[in-house]
Design a protein around this ligand. Structure first.
Ligand code: NAD
Length: 734
């Protein structure tokens, strides 16, 4: 069985239907390319065939993209010269797509080719859109849920099968920029309006319209503008005055947005700029060289590994215990505050019945109203229908009555962060719910094993830790207490899968994984303020590393009083071993002044009346005078980076993390850890353990034992080993 089938009708219209076996959406693999080419060859060689429709056998979608595992494999299997292997592989894809585009026409007269139309039942992403771009016409079914575009940049590469060159030549560099540089996706109608595709038709007319077009197409209909004489790039090529402005602007914009740390965005611009100066076939070769360059960059491999391969593996349950399906039918959410309201929304939106409990009916209703607010916004943007809104809200029962929890197979508790309150609601709930229900707590700081003491069934007690805002943040940490059993872990994983988020499973320890790493990052930033380091240097150092927020902005966002609360609790728990008194001095003083961060429109930053950040607070230097001698940028960056990364290594060393894939994916999704690096472990592998240890030794000498290289890192350095080299074999496959 192959993924592509071929048939020819009585009028001589050939149909190539893509239907990847065993997948809900088509995905391109190496064999797929060969099969597609064989069918194209057959159609072009057969005199009876007048034209070709390329379509999909999947309802509502054409293709989801390329199986990126192939790129990794191509590189690994290319021997001593992986770059040549990659380049040749990419040029092989180009040859097939160019064959579709030229469709057998005479290269001089541009006559005699066969029309080839892409008929898209819906979603067409990545290579699933690059193939249509090589066809002579793209017709899509009117399917508002479908997404069309080139999202490659999101995983650290760029459209490298001609998508970059074709889109720019089709629309012009300026118009193509959001689709290439930001990976913007559009539904079919918007794609048509933007000029990505040619036609949108009713789903049941898709194939008949494609057929009609094929039979009516003339020679001139199938010549791409860039193959015709006198082609000029829309918006101007780089040496055209308008084009010049586009390219200068684009370079500055890309650098501003990426801080120069994402190789793919730069390479994409290189391919577009250089490609615009030469004829199409040379442009394709240039695209292939830049694409190879990106694929050879360790950052791209790390991003593909974490953001595509491993993220998907975790979502599919790579670390799920082998127990029966634990799909959730009815969830009870205790506490309808900020977190509970969000958890209720994502659950109801995923089709799960929700009982949303709070102490007062008013609070429960307010929690439900949060869902209404999100759905209303969706309706305004045309993403949510009135029926969908009614359906989702109809699934949420907001109440104070614990008896309503009867029949819930999962509970997620999100009441106040207070041991006693949590223990009370645990007992009250367990009195009502079925004996095999799983009880999860969303606590951020309280040990799961301690909270489980309030449960009669500690093996059914677990942590499911969401991040705020729940509807936006993709990571969910699942925390196993000492007695948590496999069924509870499977239940939590199946729940996270239902609500379409990415899970990591960690063991119970202070702050679990994500917060454990974020707090030292924030603290290191604040500590530097207390030392007289220029605050702008701290913030910019972080941004230049590719962090979305500097540590001072981050604490303003999460709130300074929360920082104070956490510091006090940590100090109480650690006693004399508490290492962060210098940080607390600054933090507590800010809180005393009422500078609580964004929520009080005053923090390390200043804010205007509308709450917009206007810049670092200028009073900061009066409180913490800036020292005459400022540290080197790299030293500041190393401090900020190692503060987090060493915590991740310690979490692994201590067995809190059991799988480095979770450490990397969790860091990027949980707190925006420099995505270009692939995560803390990938970053350490990129710089090498030996260099990492040398950095730690220097920082330890200058700044104290918090930077001491963990034993595990020293071992890897001594043995010339890497994290992925050592730990990949033990990680279970998806
Ligand atoms: P919140 O104060 O906004 O909400 C708590 C809600 O629980 C309130 O509506 C309150 O009325 C209700 N409540 C209190 N006692 C109750 C009881 N006995 N019965 C029923 N309802 C009761 O707090 P939040 O920010 O939503 O946090 C809730 C939990 O989630 C905490 O454990 C917190 O640590 C955790 N958490 C918070 C965040 C965050 O960013 N805020 C992130 C992850 C986890």
């Amino acid at each position: 069985m192959t993924d592509f089938t071929y048939s020819v009708d009585a009028d001589g219209v050939a149909t190539i239907t893509w239907d990847t076996q065993g997948k809900s959406m088509n995905v391109m693999n190496q064999q797929g390319f060969l099969d597609l080419e064989a069918h194209i060859d057959a159609a072009l060689a057969d005199n009876k065939v007048k034209g070709v429709i390329i379509t999909s056998g999947k309802e509502g979608s054409f293709a989801g993209g390329m199986d990126l595992n192939i790129i990794a494999k191509m590189k690994e299997s290319a021997g001593d010269d992986p770059a040549r292997g990659l380049f040749e592989g990419v040029m092989g894809m180009h040859a097939i797509l160019r064959k579709i585009e030229r469709a057998g026409m005479d290269p001089k007269t541009l006559k005699g080719g066969k029309p080839i139309v892409a008929a898209l039942p819906g979603t067409a992403l990545g290579i699933g859109f690059e193939i249509p771009l090589s066809c002579h016409r793209i017709i899509a079914a009117d399917n508002p849920k479908a997404k069309i575009g080139l999202p490659e940049i999101m995983v650290g590469i760029f459209p490298g099968a001609g998508g970059t060159t074709r889109l720019v030549r089709k629309m012009g560099a300026m118009a193509a920029a959001p689709f290439l540089l930001e990976g913007k996706l559009s539904d079919p109608k918007k794609a048509k309006a933007a000029g990505l595709i040619d036609e949108v038709v009713a789903p049941d007319e898709l194939l008949s319209r494609a057929r009609e077009w094929v039979l009516a197409a003339k020679d001139t209909d199938i010549v791409k503008p860039w193959d015709a004489k006198g082609y000029k790039m829309p918006g101007g090529a780089p040496y055209h005055p308008a084009g010049f402005m586009t390219f200068v602007g684009a370079s500055a914009m890309v650098h501003g947005k990426t801080q120069g740390v994402y190789p793919a965005a730069k390479a994409l611009l290189g391919a577009v700029y250089e490609g615009a100066l030469v004829p199409f076939d040379a442009a394709i070769r240039i695209e292939a060289r830049w694409f190879t360059h990106v694929l050879m960059n360790p950052s791209s491999s790390a991003m593909i590994r974490s953001l595509f391969i491993n993220k998907e593996a975790l979502e599919k349950g790579a670390n799920r215990p082998d127990v029966a399906d634990q799909k959730v039918a009815k969830v009870g959410v205790l506490g309808a505050g900020m977190m509970g309201a969000g958890i209720a929304y994502v659950s109801a939106n995923a089709g799960i019945e929700v009982v949303l409990i709070d102490a007062k009916q008013e609070a429960a209703d307010k929690g439900k109203a949060y869902s209404e607010g999100i759905l209303d916004k969706g309706m305004k943007r045309g993403k949510v229908t009135a029926e969908k809104k009614a359906e989702v809200l109809g699934r949420i029962n907001a109440t104070t009555d614990y008896a309503a929890l009867q029949g819930c197979d999962l509970i997620v508790e999100a009441v106040f962060e207070d041991m006693k309150v949590k223990a009370e609601v645990t007992a009250k709930t367990e009195a009502v719910i079925p004996s095999d229900a799983i009880f999860a707590t969303n606590t951020s700081t309280l040990p799961i094993s301690d909270l489980a003491k309030a449960s009669k069934r500690p093996e059914q007690f677990i942590g499911i830790h969401f991040f705020s805002p729940v509807d936006k943040m993709m990571l969910v940490e699942i925390i196993k207490g000492k007695e948590t059993g496999d069924v509870a872990v499977a239940k939590a994983l199946d729940f996270v899968r239902q609500i379409r988020k990415t899970p990591i499973v960690v063991n119970d320890a202070r702050f679990f994984y994500a917060n454990r790493c974020i707090i030292p990052y924030i603290n290191e930033g604040i500590r530097m303020v207390s030392e007289g380091v220029e605050p702008a240097l701290i913030e910019n150092a972080a941004k230049l590393l590719g962090f979305p927020l500097g540590p001072l902005q981050l604490v303003d966002e999460t709130s300074i009083d929360l920082g104070v609360k956490i510091a006090k609790a940590t100090k109480a728990a650690m006693g004399d071993a508490y290492p962060d008194s210098a940080v607390d001095e600054v933090l507590f003083a800010m809180a005393d002044k009422g500078r609580l961060g964004r929520k009080s429109s005053a923090g390390f930053y200043a804010y205007d009346e509308k709450g917009g950040r206007t810049g670092l607070w200028d009073g900061l230097s009066a409180e913490y005078p800036v020292a005459d001698a400022q540290p080197d940028l790299h030293e500041v960056q190393h401090r900020l980076m190692m503060a987090q990364v060493l915590e991740a290594v310690r979490a692994l060393q201590e067995g809190v993390l059991e799988d480095i894939r979770e450490g990397d994916v969790g860091a990027i999704l949980g707190w925006g850890f420099a995505p270009w690096s692939g995560g803390p472990f990938s970053w350490l592998d990129i710089i090498g353990a030996e260099r990492a240890v040398a950095i730690c030794d220097g920082l330890e000498a200058g700044h104290g034992p918090r930077f001491a290289a963990p034993k595990l890192l020293r071992d890897l350095a001594a043995q010339g080993d890497t994290f992925y080299g050592r730990f990949t074999q033990t990680a279970k496959a998806a």
